[in-house]
Design a protein around this ligand. Structure first.
Ligand code: ZN
Length: 87
């Protein structure tokens, strides 16, 4: 069961998924860092380290893994609809 006690608001998490999806659609190549995630969190003055740690516990070690591993479990909870990339 998913623990709802998370260090980021649902709205911010939804926006983070969107930001990362947009980045990857516009050609961002993840170098297995949290470059985009860190930028997003610090722009919103959110707690970067606790959130990165939480993402790590939810399967993400870098920006692309947030989309691959974390988003599928959380997108419904936070109300995020991923772009249609079935082509
Ligand atoms: Zn990556």
């Amino acid at each position: 069961m998913i623990d709802d006690d998370i260090p980021i608001s649902h709205a911010d998490l939804r926006d983070l998924f969107e930001r990362l999806d947009r980045a990857s659609m516009s050609g961002y190549q993840c170098r297995h860092t949290f470059a985009v995630t860190r930028e997003f969190l610090s722009q919103r003055t959110l707690a970067v380290e606790p959130i990165l740690e939480w993402l790590g516990e939810n399967g993400a070690g870098c920006d692309c893994e947030v989309i691959f591993n974390t988003a599928p479990e959380w997108e419904e909870i936070v109300g995020y609809e991923p772009p249609d990339d079935t082509e």
